[in-house]
Design a protein around this ligand. Structure first.
Ligand code: MIG
Length: 706
């Protein structure tokens, strides 16, 4: 891996491990061997002539396929709640991509504002990246695609470490507006015997949407409420928004203004925008002192027993700025009494249409960093990243002993060290389940391991079938959270017909059985700089795998083949090689069948879902409990597909301390006509019930006493 500073780049701290990265002297040194050209101007461009078979991977949280070729994308953190196929940017800015084909190389553009990635959209054979500036750091990563990814992951540092309970099922909705509503949800989970570890608090828990306050009327005795729920095994996860209400007497407001911790306008006054609280100031997260100050504020809630947060609206979303709204109203009042022509009417309408997240607003406020002043627009993509960094750094400083759950909506490369991400305001559309599937590998490539989408979809109304299919896929995403928009149909696991509740319970229970495996695989990906979710083409050479975008390789040797189409009672699956089909019929009922390579149509009823095991793969399942912290590994089930031998390493730690000591438990299987199990290590496992299919198509069941 090598890099070149072009101009005077802003230090983003996205790359932290320079051990294997060498600085080079010139663009020609940098681009040598890639075939890329770079033209440094006010808009710096990178161009490349595609070979007909080249694929493009990466870009993290963005739309369309795993192979990004043929599309056009933008890097500019955007609060857009309509993720339609024509959109070019979402909440994250992840400027890492890989060209894979005749040549193979990785590119990371460390540049904090607008970039356009035209991957053969305007001209099918031309890659053209337009970077809006000439101060940037450009990295080139050599190797094949897997090597490129692991070098990149090493360079950006290991993922944030969530507490183990954060791998459980999480229930959210905008909003459960008071303690009664939250209690009811908790009780329903208890009554319906559905595992769940957390319940979310959306903006309505705050007093007038003020960060670090609690509405005492709706949440009297908050601290004991938090404790009561925790006693029942539910952790509460409040939201924190980027904008802070302007209000005399409100501590966060007054302290921030007094110390100049808010972004300022060109006259040096705190910039005024409007979000949920009404008029707000935006903390200058990029300024280290302001960042420290803001991070410390979370203690207000941590002191009350809170152990996790989600950071929202940190692109930042601006509904309007005081200045622009005034201008629009002024414009409108000048039209009063006029008989408007149609174009004038549109012009009037546009005054209000373009108020939110307006570029001119982003250009009209400033950050103060180490004695220098920067226009927000020029650092735009660092804002949400640094909000989450503010929290993450504070947690480490103030609570070094334990892990605190944290994830964010907006992000930039490097933010994964402080928190995960959720993929924002998707819809209850089948297309968005498909998008979720395709996005997971790209998120992992950019370091975001602890991530997931709003299960069931945020906007719009989910059907029970969509919620079911979505949950089946989300079993595999580290963040496993059902969340929905205000006004939408309820989509908690018990909100549909009884049989849907039954099926969803089974899915969630399976997830809890899967947690030891998931946690092990998460930790391995985190330490080994590998992907939890992979495109098939990362594991198989065969050319057809490049075209498969709705099956994913997962962890060690599993292939996921989720159903993501309405009314489907089955799906086509492509098997690159002979595999063991593992069809899950309920939490404790499944079918195993050996399948030859090739294309197949497989029946998958609504309550069922499909996995495949590669030869040599062992999958372990623990006993189900309704809370992650109650799960033990005393007895494990093992499902495997074995030729002569196979092994699996289980990772285990206390799940909560930051510097937890790791223990390992290695399970070995040998087959010589008979199955022999053995093990090394000790994590407290006493008994393994195995169900192994061998390549000679024999099935072996038995119990191994550890
Ligand atoms: O303008 O807090 O993406 O998850 O429920 C909407 C309310 C603000 C957007 C988040 C969503 C959250 C919602 N928020």
């Amino acid at each position: 891996m090598k890099y070149l500073n072009i101009g005077t780049p802003f230090e983003t701290d996205s790359i932290v491990d320079f051990e294997n990265i060498r600085p080079v002297e010139s663009l020609s040194d940098l681009l040598d061997g890639t075939g890329l050209s770079c033209d440094v101007k006010d808009v710096t461009t990178l161009t490349y002539k595609f070979d007909s078979n080249d694929k493009v991977y990466g870009l993290g949280e963005n739309l369309r396929g795993i192979n990004k070729r043929g599309g056009i994308y933008e890097s500019f953190c955007t609060d857009d709640p309509n993720h339609t196929p024509d959109k070019r940017a979402l909440y994250g800015a992840h400027n890492f991509f890989i060209v894979d084909g005749k040549k193979s190389f990785g590119v990371y553009i460390d540049f904090p504002t607008y970039i356009e990635f035209d991957f053969g959209f305007s001209h099918k054979d031309e890659l053209k990246v337009s970077i809006e500036g000439k101060d940037l750091r450009l990295y080139i990563i050599e190797g094949d695609k897997k090597t490129i990814v692991s070098k990149f992951l090493k360079a950006i540092g290991p993922s944030f470490l969530p507490p183990k309970w954060a791998f459980g099922f999480q229930q959210s909705r905008w909003s459960y507006p008071d303690n009664k509503a939250i209690r009811e949800i908790a009780d329903k989970f208890i009554e319906s015997d559905i595992p769940c570890d957390t319940i979310y608090m959306d903006i309505d828990y705050m007093k007038d949407f003020k960060n670090f306050t609690i509405d005492e009327e709706r949440f009297p005795n908050f601290e004991s409420f938090v404790k009561d729920l925790k006693d029942d095994g539910f952790r509460l996860i409040p939201i924190i928004d980027a904008g802070c209400k302007i209000e005399d007497g409100y501590k966060t407001h007054e302290e921030g203004v007094k110390n100049r911790y808010y972004c300022e306008d060109s006259e040096g006054k705190p910039f005024v925008g409007a979000v949920w609280p009404g008029l707000v100031h935006f903390p200058d997260f990029i300024n280290p002192e302001a960042r420290k100050w803001f991070g410390d504020q979370y203690d207000f809630l941590i002191d009350k027993g809170i152990e996790g947060f989600w950071n929202d609206m940190n692109e930042p979303a601006i509904f309007y700025s005081a200045k622009k709204l005034e201008e629009a109203i002024e414009y409108a009042s000048n039209q009063k009494g006029k008989n408007l022509g149609i174009y004038d009417f549109f012009k009037l309408k546009d005054q209000f249409m373009w108020l939110s997240n307006n570029k001119e607003d982003y250009q009209s406020f400033y950050h103060r960093v180490d004695g220098n002043t920067y226009n927000h627009y020029d650092l735009h993509n660092l804002f949400g990243y640094n909000m989450t960094r503010a929290a993450g750094e504070a947690f480490e400083r103030n609570h070094p002993e334990k892990r605190i759950l944290l994830f964010s909506r907006a992000s930039y490369i490097g933010m994964h060290r402080y928190g995960g991400i959720w993929t924002g305001d998707n819809h209850a559309w089948w297309e968005h389940l498909t998008q979720n599937i395709k996005m997971m590998p790209s998120l992992n490539m950019c370091g975001f391991l602890y991530s997931g989408a709003d299960i069931g979809g945020f906007g719009g109304n989910a059907s029970g079938e969509l919620a079911t299919r979505w949950s089946q896929f989300a079993v595999y995403t580290p963040l496993f959270r059902n969340h929905a928009c205000m006004g939408s149909r309820h989509q908690e696991p018990f909100s549909f017909e009884d049989d849907t509740t039954q099926v969803t319970r089974d899915i969630i229970r399976y997830r809890y059985a899967f947690i030891t495996y998931l946690y092990s695989e998460f930790m391995k990906a985190r330490t080994n700089n590998t992907l939890l979710f992979r495109p098939l083409s990362f594991d198989f050479e065969d050319e057809h795998c490049h075209q498969v975008e709705d099956q994913l390789m997962y962890g060690s040797g599993i292939m996921l083949a989720p159903v993501h189409q309405a009314n489907a009672k089955g799906r086509y699956v492509y098997l690159p090689e002979k595999m063991l089909e593992y069809k899950i019929k309920s939490n404790d009922n499944y079918a195993l069948e050996l399948r030859e390579s090739g294309h197949q149509y497989v029946q998958v009823q609504t309550k069922e879902w499909l996995n495949y095991l590669r030869q040599g793969t062992l999958l372990i399942l623990n006993e189900v409990k309704n809370k992650v912290e109650d799960i033990s590994v005393e007895t494990l089930d093992l499902i495997g597909f074995v030729d002569k031998d196979a092994s699996y390493q289980v990772y285990s730690d206390d799940g909560i301390s930051r510097d937890a000591e790791a223990s390992y438990f290695d399970i070995h299987v040998k087959y010589d006509g008979q199955i022999h199990l053995s093990h090394t290590g000790d994590i407290g496992c006493k008994e393994i019930s195995y169900d192994i299919v061998t390549t000679d198509n024999k099935r072996h069941k038995g119990v191994y006493h550890v």
